[in-house]
Design a protein around this ligand. Structure first.
Ligand SMILES: *Cc1c(COP(=O)(O)O)cnc(C)c1O
Length: 412
């Protein structure tokens, strides 16, 4: 364990066995399509290298990140599997992408040019994937521009067009016909390339929601983030997922967020707690201080939104405004809580559970944003069969860790 995680009585626990088990469930769900584990944004705060290892052990075939630097960090942690970059690297970053054997996604002519130069400078043939925009309208080549782009890749001896993909805009709405429309546009794009004699490589379109709710979107592989971490892309997909998995199976949340109560004090009726004095105690009450705040990812709005924390197996209201480093919780007349007792912000304690979805509902957002909000100042502790045995935080030393995933050379 690093020094910071032993000094600070607040931590995130990541269960790597849950990640592996979720990967296995998703692999089974989408077979014969393969699973790409999306570990961008430090695996939504879970720790990219640890999660990549656990997902690959659970049967994922490759991993994906957003940025070149995220891919480089994975390589430096020993990841040897295919790493797909979900955005086109800026031309000056293409050399790093190639040097670390990351697979760039390309959708602009300047991206193709930069990939060609980086590949020839490295004296290597480089796999690339093309992304086409079928209606999300974020990034991706316009369908009309795809053929020219694909031809440029196909004509470049130093590039191999190893995939064609798109991204769905409303996959979490099972009944929205726009997903079928996007898939239709994707098929057209692919047929245009086939008609021109240009191979497309692997075809993919689905994020977690697409993989769960749209069988037709599974294609050759699915790119799952949120489901791998054990959360639904949207609450409405719970029933669909259970039906698709069968056997009463669901996904397991891999992350819990805990802290030790820093201090407990008793205040008189009528006293008001925290900034703005918005929270009034109606009777003499004990309050406890939990040593995490909005810098750590407890949004300031969570207090006003009725947010709760578990202490001694019971839900306790957040008393007033969340501050940068601390949260005060209302313990009412419970005089049994002591400094050092465990507080659970997210996760289970006794029979109670606070889910990431509960936070998302209170805050008017989605699980993705709650997880990504948990700041780097909170130490991560790993439980479960991490590589080289039960892990502390950070990659454990030992040969099992220094290389994980199928060797790059054997990927294709
Ligand atoms: C983030 C991302 C995903 C994963 O989305 P989830 O909803 O977390 O499964 C898949 N594809 C692309 C292009 C992404 O940016």
């Amino acid at each position: 364990m690093t020094r910071s995680s032993t000094l600070r009585p607040a931590w995130v626990e990541v269960d790597l066995d849950a990640i592996s088990a979720n990967a296995r469930r998703l692999v089974r769900l989408v077979a014969p399509a393969r699973l790409c584990a999306v570990v961008k944004a430090d695996a939504y705060g879970h720790g990219a290298s640890q999660v990549a290892g656990a997902a690959l052990r659970g049967g994922a075939s490759l991993v994906a990140v957003a940025l070149v630097e995220e891919g480089v960090a994975l390589r430096e942690s020993g990841c040897t599997s295919e790493v797909l970059l979900l955005s086109e690297p800026a031309p000056p970053a293409m050399g790093e992408a190639v040097a670390h054997e990351l697979t760039p996604t390309l959708y602009q002519p300047e991206g193709v040019v930069a990939a060609c130069s980086a590949a020839s400078a490295a004296g290597r043939v480089v796999d690339v994937q093309l992304k086409v925009d079928t209606g999300m309208h974020r990034v991706g080549a316009d369908p009309d521009a795809l053929l020219a782009l694909a031809r440029a890749v196909d004509d470049a001896p130093e590039l191999v067009g190893a995939g064609l993909w798109t991204h769905l805009a409303v996959a979490e709405e099972p009944d929205d016909p726009f997903t079928a429309e996007q898939l239709r546009r994707f098929r057209c794009a692919r047929q245009a390339l086939a008609a021109a004699g240009i191979p497309t490589g692997v075809l993919h379109a689905a994020n977690s929601a697409g993989a769960i709710a749209h069988r037709a979107a599974r294609l050759d592989l699915v790119r799952c983030g949120i489901a791998l971490y054990g959360h639904l892309p949207a609450p409405a997909l719970g029933a669909v997922l259970e039906r698709e998995l069968g056997g009463g199976e669901t996904l397991e949340p891999a992350l819990a967020w805990k802290a030790q109560i820093h201090l407990v004090r008793r205040l008189e009726a009528g006293e008001r707690v925290s900034y703005g004095r918005t929270y009034e105690l109606e009777r003499p009450s004990f309050v406890g201080v939990v040593p995490v705040g909005y810098h750590d990812g407890v949004p300031r709005a969570l207090g006003r939104a009725g947010g709760e924390v578990l202490v001694k197996g019971r839900r306790r209201r957040i008393a007033g405004t969340v501050t940068m480093d601390q949260v005060v919780v209302d313990l009412g007349d419970d005089d049994s809580v002591r400094p050092g007792d465990e507080a659970v912000l997210i996760g289970r304690q006794g029979a109670e559970q606070i889910t990431v979805q509960e936070w998302a509902d209170r805050l008017g957002t989605i699980c993705h944003e709650v997880l990504c909000g948990i700041g780097p100042r909170v130490p991560r502790r790993y439980i479960g069969a991490g590589p080289g045995g039960p892990a502390g935080d950070g990659p454990p030393a030992g040969s099992a860790w220094t290389s994980f995933g199928p060797p790059v050379a054997q990927r294709r």
